[in-house]
Design a protein around this ligand. Structure first.
Ligand SMILES: [Mg+2]
Length: 400
């Protein structure tokens, strides 16, 4: 009897950051504490259950739960699990022909298909996508927003204390939001706070942690301040500079020159606003190697397609580095699964969502790295008691 998908449920699950987050270069207000995961649970006739966070459909422009329900009915309900992916010699090589267009358009569908097939076959995702290449997955703390502006009476001290708490929780890599000048502060006050933030966090956490910065385009139209930021933070030996300016060949030529002059070991990275295949200015940035790392979102791209992206980028010596902010607790789990399967791995973005609906207490961070679950599939289960409390009251059930 082929295993078919006979019931799907959808429920909104609160996803709480470990603490309140301030704003970044473009948000008008702080991010606050809570987001939403749209948890899809797909049950098969063989008793397998798979999961995904479908927020990219619900939160998309024109998105809704009705749209999500219609998509799930069309692509998954009643379908044989074996038809979702083309598997050759035990490895997934492509999306199944009947669902290829859908899985290409929606990365979360790709993740659900990969989870279903790997659980049904009893394989880990690393094994299904090629070979399990690593068990310990380095991750970076990605919640150092403009915490100083959230608590202005403490200012820089609050920012440093925020990073120190992350260090005490086990992180050894930190991304710091910069780009205050323009919207959050005046250009010159913002520049100096950005520089002070980087140098003070480096001073507090010591020489061995990795520090990155992300300006969310906050240095657009400020060439002198951009140059001064890169020059003044060079003693901090940043691992990467992310989205310092909007993607363009001219902008990145200038950035490349500054980086080559002041911090040649620092990577230039961008791409969370883009996808797979790369589009617009990113095509030229990749072709001309004006970036060193390309960062689309894991749940927007999907796991199988991320493997294809890795191959494409490797031809240009560009690292794929996953964006994973906004994907909830599920994003952490999916990111760990993806990391086990890739040839090259940099670091997983961790937005630090507290445990919510998954039985994943084992996901603890030790010396800056998570132990990846070893499957089958994503290697995690929904906790029935937690789901009964926070998922079931708002659940939509989809069956034939
Ligand atoms: Mg970013």
């Amino acid at each position: 009897m082929p295993d078919t998908i006979e019931q799907i449920t959808v429920a909104p699950i609160p996803a709480r950051h470990w603490t309140e987050l301030g704003r970044n270069a473009y948000t008008p207000e702080g991010l606050g504490e809570t987001r939403t995961e749209w948890l899809v649970r797909a049950h098969t006739s063989g008793g397998v259950e798979s999961y995904v966070n479908a927020k990219h459909t619900v939160a998309a422009e024109g998105g809704s739960i009705a749209r999500l329900e219609a998509d799930l009915r069309e692509v998954f309900l009643g379908r044989e699990v074996d038809s979702l992916l083309e598997v050759s010699s035990g490895h997934a090589v492509a999306a199944g022909s009947e669902v290829r267009a859908a899985l290409t358009a929606w990365g979360w569908m790709d993740i659900l298909a990969v989870d279903l097939v790997s659980r049904t076959r009893g394989q880990s995702i690393g094994a299904l996508l090629g070979r399990r290449r690593r068990d310990r997955i380095p991750a970076y703390e990605s919640t150092t927003y403009f915490q100083d502006l959230l608590h202005p009476q403490r200012g820089l001290a609050e920012l440093v204390a925020h990073a120190c708490r992350g260090f005490a929780h086990g992180f050894r890599q930190f991304k710091i939001k910069v780009g205050r000048g323009g919207r959050a502060m005046t250009p010159s006050a913002g520049l100096h706070r950005d520089i002070d933030a980087v140098l003070a966090i480096r001073d507090a956490l010591g020489p061995d942690v990795k520090l990155m910065v992300d300006a969310n385009f906050g240095y657009d139209d400020q060439p002198e301040n951009l140059a001064e930021f890169i020059r003044a933070t060079s003693p901090a030996r940043l691992t990467w500079l992310e989205e310092m300016v909007t993607a363009s060949v001219e902008g990145y030529r200038i950035l490349r020159e500054l980086q080559a002059t002041h911090c040649p070991e620092t990577l230039l990275v961008a791409g969370e606003v883009d996808g797979n295949p790369p589009s617009g200015a990113f095509v030229d940035l990749i072709k001309q190697q004006l970036i060193d790392g390309y960062q689309p979102d894991i749940v927007r791209i999907g796991l199988l397609r991320w493997k294809q992206l890795e191959t494409r980028l490797a031809a240009r010596s560009i690292l794929p580095i996953p964006h994973n902010f906004g994907n909830g607790r599920f994003g952490l789990i999916a990111g760990l699964a993806l990391a086990t399967s890739l040839d090259s791995w940099v670091s997983l973005e961790d937005e630090r969502i507290c445990p919510n609906v998954y039985a994943d207490d084992e996901l603890t961070l030790v010396n800056g790295a998570y132990q990846a679950p070893d499957g089958p599939g994503l290697g995690i289960q929904v906790d029935d008691d937690a789901y009964a409390r926070i998922g079931a009251p708002n659940e939509v059930v989809i069956r034939a």
